[in-house]
Design a binder for this molecule. Structure first.
Ligand code: NAD
Ligand code: 6OD
Length: 486
């Protein structure tokens, strides 16, 4: 089976037309990547109906062992078709090949991990002792939620999609997936892989399109959807919550962040600067976990700031397949306009820019792309908007602190609560400060190091709930307690 011309929706294991088309444009050079079929309300309805029907068929009676085996076959097929998935991710996002390769590997790992987790995880059981020697056996069964809507953003498209689809299928749900309008390609390829791996009709469906007033809204408002898992901006999460509210449907949200890094004077500063460079610039700053606020103990502030600025100057823009490229473009010209708006705002707020802060002139056919230089600002504090609002680009504000309590107070002074990184040689301090961060994930002397069994998510405006390992099983299934009088 080969991909049809244009990217179509996928319903009941068949590719189907939408109601309109939109163009997916390359952020590298402005060329056309694909024409995409936008699912109207009718295609969304058909996808949800197909997903409902599949729950009534053999899929609804499948065993954990059968589903774990299926997940492993999907992982195998992802690995076999990794070059195509890689090409799709690169075409949509323009990210360097090495980075995209990690994401494809992670997609396979997502399926393998949740095959293992679902196969190994039991449920509570209690022998209840009653008066006069009577007893009752209580045990819990894990039932799927039903039809799960999966809505994901453009920054790590395949990684984030499979991070949700794998546990949803492991628990016996059916899914209707809406990838970002900016990154439709890998989801369509994944649909082919699902068929090849033997996923039954209606279990995995893809609907393409936009959010408000389009596919995303039609899907989240659909009365036959039983749960919604979403990764994206906090404001979108709020809109989806409103759509979920009338039927009190469960939601799992991984949202935005304004993540802090804390560098103490006793840190291995070379390692800290290296880690900061990774956490500020990876994927051109378009990872929800990226650091946008760097708090540095005053005595080493200058050394760290100059070191990070030097790392910014060493970034190399270029086509994704050039082995010298370290940094791709932003996802779109529209997103670049938003990020450049923050660059202008930083200037108005009186920032001193240590590096970059504009649009690079690259030539070689790249000038129609969404390229941007990094920006590092000093001279600001937590009151400034660029230190408070999520930018989602390769930019950070650097602020000095004195003492542990001030560092913790500054880092926690945000409505977000996704991730933090603490750099120190004093491990006692590392544990202590990491534990005082009001976030979902706190790293010590590293950043974005993952164990897929651990809880992932955000506090405050950064999300609701946790996914990962058994935490995902809790969201994607509904326990039924059975009490048997003996
Ligand atoms: P976005 O919220 O604009 O879009 C995400 C998805 O939601 C897209 O598929 C979009 O079409 C859809 N959508 C938009 N409006 C909708 C609506 N009203 N109803 C239903 N669906 C709707 O986010 P984005 O711009 O694609 O991604 C960037 C944002 O995502 C950043 O804020 C970033 O921090 C966040 N993010 C968070 C995490 C995390 O794990 N916490 C991970 C990645 C990205
Ligand atoms: O690694 C993950 O599991 C995950 N959900 C990453 C999210 C990154 C945000 O951009």
């Amino acid at each position: 089976m080969t991909a049809p011309p244009g990217l179509r929706n996928f319903v009941d294991n068949r590719f189907v037309d939408g109601v309109a088309h939109f163009d997916k444009i390359s952020p590298v050079d402005g060329s056309l990547v694909a024409q995409v079929h936008e699912a109207g309300r009718e295609v969304v309805d058909r996808a949800v109906e197909a997903a409902r029907r599949a729950l009534e068929g053999p899929w609804g009676r499948s065993t954990v062992g059968e589903r774990a085996a299926l997940l492993r076959r999907i992982a195998d097929r992802i690995e076999e078709r990794s070059d195509e998935l890689l090409a799709a991710e690169i075409a949509d996002t323009g990210k360097p090949t090495a980075l995209a390769r990690q994401e494809v590997a992670r997609a396979a790992a997502n399926f393998r991990t949740f095959a293992d987790v679902v196969a190994a995880t039991g449920m509570d059981s209690f022998m209840t002792e009653l008066p006069e020697g009577r007893r009752a056996l209580n045990y819990a069964l894990r039932r799927p939620l039903g039809v799960v809507a999966v809505i994901v953003p453009w920054n790590l498209p395949l990684l984030l999609l499979t991070w949700k689809v794998a546990p949803a299928l492991a628990c016996g749900n059916t899914v209707v997936v809406k990838p970002s309008e900016e990154t439709p390609s890998s989801a369509s390829l994944l649909a082919e892989i699902m068929v090849e791996a033997g996923v039954p009709k209606g279990v995995f469906n893809v609907v393409h399109g936009f959010g408000t007033g389009s596919t995303g809204e039609f899907l989240t408002a659909h009365p036959a959807v039983d749960g919604i898992t979403f990764t994206g901006a906090s404001a979108t999460g709020a809109a989806i919550m409103r759509a979920a509210a009338p039927q009190v449907r469960p939601v799992s949200f991984e949202l935005g962040g304004k993540n802090a890094a804390l560098v103490f004077a006793d840190a291995d500063l070379d390692r800290a600067v290296e880690g900061l460079a990774r956490s500020v610039f990876t994927n051109t700053g378009q990872v929800c976990l990226c650091t946008e606020r760097v708090y540095v103990e005053a005595s080493v502030f200058e050394e760290v700031a100059l070191g990070l600025a030097q790392r910014a100057r060493e970034l190399r823009f270029g086509r994704p397949d050039d082995p010298l490229t370290t940094t791709g473009p932003l996802i779109s010209l529209k997103h670049r306009e938003k990020v450049l708006g923050y660059y202008r705002l930083a200037e108005q707020e009186g920032a001193h820019c240590l590096a970059g802060g504009g649009v690079p002139e690259l030539g070689g056919g790249l000038d129609a792309g969404a390229w941007i230089e990094p920006a590092l600002w000093t001279g600001l504090d937590n009151r400034h908007r660029v230190a408070r609002e999520e930018i989602f680009g390769p930019a950070a504000v650097l602020i000095p602190f004195t003492g542990e309590d001030e560092a913790v107070r500054l880092a926690n002074d945000t409505p977000y609560g996704l991730a933090a990184a603490v750099w120190t040689r004093d491990l006692e301090r590392g544990h202590r400060v990491a534990g005082r961060m009001r976030v979902g994930m706190s790293w010590v002397n590293t950043w974005y190091l993952r164990d897929l069994r651990s809880p992932f998510g955000g506090a405050g405006m950064s999300g609701i709930g946790r996914e990962g390992g058994t935490h995902s099983l809790h969201f994607y299934s509904e326990p039924t307690n059975v009490c048997v009088a003996l």
